[in-house]
Design a protein around this ligand. Structure first.
Ligand code: IPE
Ligand code: IPE
Ligand code: MG
Ligand code: MG
Ligand code: MG
Length: 311
């Protein structure tokens, strides 16, 4: 089922009417991202065939590529040359793909379907899936260190991605998500988990695009604001799709959060208020970036798509 937003239209009237963007050209759409990811996953001697195959299986499967697209869009919004940001786009997607492989493991969410296909540990085996995650992380930082220029930008990208993927962000959020929330937990408690397990990777995707474009601190702050709001709206819709989505469209099992006793936004607020909150967050996200010097239209368009998504 599609999320229905008819009752709460987006009210950011200053935004231009969505038209297909020319700046994020076909050359920098998902095909270009997928080609760059495939090339980042070609290994020479030393990488066992099965490991390389499992890494490509996990990464090149049909995901939405939201985070790498945000890297390129943030770069364009800051007047950059998006081809220069492609290695950063790949790096964030490699970290994201690793996080999904591990998230699906029996010791974590124990899922058997991801992106419409058997999860990595089902298609291969558990040990291979763990190693896939390990190797994807290392490859992500290798790409940044060797392919982002100048060296200062590469170092900043490495430091920011490491922080976003680390114990105080993605991994810490995953740990708290698995531990569960005590009865009576509030929306703030939930937001604290989501800001780390999901939000940090969206924020860093935007910031990496800005850093590669040479964005100034005010521009990076605007991208951070967009990322925080986009990320939270995204997780609200992820929780909603777990309740109302169709498995064939979403590409993963639905209806699992409640069974696992997870606190979610629809669980806390109900579906209607969750949609209202996501809609308001998207409006705020778009407003945050309207002073950026480059083409912000793709950021507006993607934000709108997030609240209307069915996958
Ligand atoms: C799913 O992310 C995991 C969450 C952070 C909720 P996506 O919905 O972006 O997954 P893919 O990359 O499209 O498969
Ligand atoms: C996963 O959150 C977040 C990360 C992988 C960091 P979920 O467990 O809600 O994601 P899905 O629903 O399995 O994609
Ligand atoms: Mg999980
Ligand atoms: Mg999961
Ligand atoms: Mg989920």
């Amino acid at each position: 089922m599609r999320l229905t937003l008819a009752a709460c239209p987006v009210t950011v009237t200053s935004m231009p009417v969505a038209t297909p963007s020319r700046t994020i050209s076909a050359a920098l759409g998902t095909d270009a991202i997928d080609a760059a990811l495939a090339s980042a996953l070609s290994f020479g001697n030393g990488c066992p065939t099965k490991l390389a195959e499992a890494m490509r299986y996990a990464v090149l499967s049909p995901g939405k590529r939201l985070r790498p697209r945000l890297v390129l869009m943030a770069n364009a919004a800051c007047g950059g040359e998006p081809t220069e940001a492609l290695p950063a786009a790949c790096a964030v997607e490699l970290i994201h793909a690793y996080s999904l492989v591990h998230d699906d493991l029996p010791a974590m969410d124990d899922d058997d379907l991801r992106r419409g296909r058997p999860t990595c540990h089902k298609a291969f085996d558990e040990a291979t899936a763990i190693l896939v995650g390990d190797a994807l992380q290392a490859r992500a930082f290798e790409l940044l260190a060797t392919q982002i220029h100048p060296a200062e930008a590469a170092a900043q990208c490495c430091a920011e991605l490491a922080r976003a993927a680390g114990a105080q962000a993605l991994v810490g959020g995953q740990a708290d998500d698995l531990a569960g929330l005590r009865p009576g937990a509030t929306a703030d408690d939930l937001e604290h988990i989501h800001a780390r397990k999901t939000g940090a990777m969206f924020v860093v995707s935007l910031r990496l695009g800005g850093i590669v474009a040479g964005a100034n601190p005010a521009q990076l702050a605007a991208l951070t604001q967009y990322g925080q709001r986009f990320g939270l709206a995204f997780q609200i819709t992820d929780d909603l799709l777990d309740v109302t989505g169709a498995e064939e469209a979403v590409g993963k099992r639905v209806g699992k959060d409640a069974g696992r006793g997870k606190l979610t936004y629809p669980g806390l607020w109900g579906a209607e208020r969750s949609i209202e909150q996501a809609t308001a967050l998207i409006a705020e996200a778009c407003a945050a970036v309207d002073q950026l010097p480059g083409d912000t239209q793709p950021l507006y368009e993607l934000a709108q798509k997030v609240i209307h998504r069915d996958r």
